[in-house]
Write a protein that binds this ligand. Structure first.
Ligand SMILES: [Zn+2]
Length: 338
């Protein structure tokens, strides 16, 4: 079947995003640690200058060949900075004319192929494929044990969006764009409001800021590197085999200065499941912006060598990028960071 010129242009942008992924071995890197595509590092590795500035009317802009530069605002959240950078990277890779992008780039579904400006449509398609490729959904769903039934639940998709480093809406669009869910299922997902999803994730406590997020971690997150905000709220739901004498040792949270807001064990009152593991629910607030390596272990207090469950997490809660070079660039140049 003949493709329309618009569809052919969209597919070209998607193919270019895949090409960059292959060139930089992004899929392997995501599997090994990050859990999300680090677009700022990718731009740097492609030898494209990336600078953050407090732009007021624009989210970002790009300078194509031979200058090859990208500027992104510091006035928006990290998710928007990441999406803007990926959009501008698309313009540069596809050798588009110089342009300034505003909030309109956030409002369009990149899989719809709509709009009259082909270059804009291509940059949107590139950004969506670059940050939210199908394999990234599959990776997280497999790691978390989520099937399509789970992915119809907005609470689950919100947690998925945090792990992929994208907005809730963009994550929903990808679910239908990649044909993981039907359009009607995604239409009902996007009706959920993120503020209510945060309350549903943890009813008793709020994150420190309206833009901050609420993470729900389980043992399935072990090995993950998390990228979030310093005022995010962290909730740990951990199975605890207390009947066998196992208790989660959470001293790493204390040592790192986390404020424990709540620490409760929930036991089943159903006699049929008596003896099943209980659930330890801990809610914590990070002390400040920075990186923490947590190694939480479920063990018998009287037998230090005994370990049943483990939750290793690298929490990089630094929030949005500030003026100047990206944090990744600064680290590579040896600038001391927290
Ligand atoms: Zn654009």
């Amino acid at each position: 079947m003949a493709r329309s010129p618009v569809e052919a242009a969209r597919l070209k942008a998607v193919a270019e995003a895949k090409k960059v992924h292959r060139a930089l071995d992004i899929q392997q890197r995501v599997r090994e640690a990050d859990g999300q595509v680090d677009v700022f590092d990718a731009i740097s590795e492609l030898d494209i200058a990336l600078v953050f500035k407090p732009l007021t009317s624009a989210l970002g802009f790009c300078l194509p060949d031979p200058l090859r530069g990208i500027m992104v605002t510091t006035r928006r959240t990290l998710h928007i900075q990441r999406f803007t950078a990926a959009h501008e990277l698309g313009h540069v890779i596809l050798k588009h004319s110089p342009r300034i992008d505003t909030d309109t780039i956030l409002a369009r579904n990149p899989y719809s192929g709509g709009g009259t400006d082909i270059q804009e449509m291509q940059a949107e398609a590139f950004a969506a494929e670059f940050l939210l490729p199908r394999w990234l959904y599959i990776y997280h769903a497999a790691k978390q044990g989520w099937g399509s039934g789970h992915l119809r639940n907005p609470d689950v998709v919100y947690q998925l969006s945090l792990r992929m480093g994208a907005s809730y809406k963009a994550t929903c669009w990808g679910l239908s764009g990649h044909r993981i869910l039907s359009q009607s299922e995604v239409n009902s997902l996007v009706k959920a409001t993120v503020s209510k999803l945060k309350v549903a994730a943890e009813e008793r406590f709020k994150p420190g800021h309206s833009h901050a997020d609420v993470w729900k971690f389980t043992g399935r997150d072990t090995g993950a590197r998390i990228s979030g905000n310093p005022d995010d709220l962290l909730r740990f739901d951990l199975e605890e085999d207390s009947d066998a004498g196992y208790i989660w040792d959470l001293s790493d949270l204390d040592k790192a200065g986390y404020q424990i807001l709540s620490d409760e064990s929930e036991f089943s009152r159903d006699p049929l499941v008596y003896g099943e593991p209980s659930r330890r629910v801990v809610v914590a607030r990070p002390p400040r912006a920075g990186t923490t390596n947590l190694a939480l272990q479920e063990r018998r207090p009287w037998a230090p060598g005994s370990s049943s469950g483990t939750l290793n997490l690298r929490l990089r809660l630094e929030g949005k990028e500030e003026s100047g070079l990206s944090r990744g660039d600064l680290r590579r140049r040896g600038v001391p960071m927290q």
